[in-house]
Design a protein around this ligand. Sequence first.
Ligand code: G
Ligand code: G
Ligand code: MN
Ligand code: NA
Length: 253
Amino acid sequence: ILLENEMKKAIKLDQFTLEYQPKIDIKSGKLIGMEALVRWNHPELGKIPPGKFIPIAEETGLITVLGEVILRKGCEQTHRWQEEGYTDLVLSVNLSTKQLYQNDLIEKIKLILRETNLDSKWLELEVTETAFTNIDNAQSILQEIRDLGIQVSIDDFGAGYSSFSYLKNLPVNTLKIDASFIRDIDLNKESQAIVNGIVDIAEKLKLNVIAEGIETVEQLDQLKDAECPQGQGYYFSKPLTADTFHQFLKKEH
Ligand code: G
Ligand code: G
Ligand code: MN
Ligand code: NA
């Protein structure tokens, strides 16, 4: 079976769905938003993880249309939740590097926001550092995204070829600390020091920070000590279907 063909069919048949993972304000414990994560339950092959099909979508160029499907679904759902009174939630959507340099990206985003009636201030795009190999190109496209009123987050921050020049030159709002630093933060002095350092730099640069992959109360305690403002991970909640996330909202508010 060629996954590329299956993906084309699945897009036509609307078989891609989204899950939503809560993002939490660490001090208050309040919900601040959710990260959309794409899911594919293939009728014969079963659940195929995004780590498997996203790279193929990128190689084949299918990520362009799949990315639009994902963004539209996320914006539609967020607007629906807003209509039910959950008006202060930011939707984060992962953007692959290929999408960032797609030449009609800005037009497509504008169209989707208009069609789904979502105000751009409730949308955040998560971009990894691999998108920043050409910093001038990255700067101009990120600036266009910011000019639309959309927020930008550096995903997996610290895991790749992080360079401080990104922080100096790129118009980003948030650093999302890579889960590898959180995994051993309660045991490892180096991870503690790095997380503390990222939080301090972010504060001085007036950037937001979120820690991802929080699984235990010990990890959370370390992040409280570091005064990391926001967190995400299985400790709070795994990614939830739209229905289950709705239950979570009702409990929360
Ligand atoms: O959801 P999970 O942890 O299995 O995701 C695995 C990888 O797939 C992560 O790197 C995540 O960023 C990526 N991913 C999940 N959903 C999306 C999506 O909607 N778009 C893109 N481009 N990547 C995604
Ligand atoms: O690359 P990105 O950060 O977008 O990927 C997020 C991925 O991490 C998703 O596939 C999500 O399912 C997964 N994830 C979210 N929270 C946790 C967690 O606490 N522990 C682990 N191991 N994975 C997580
Ligand atoms: Mn992400
Ligand atoms: Na990440």
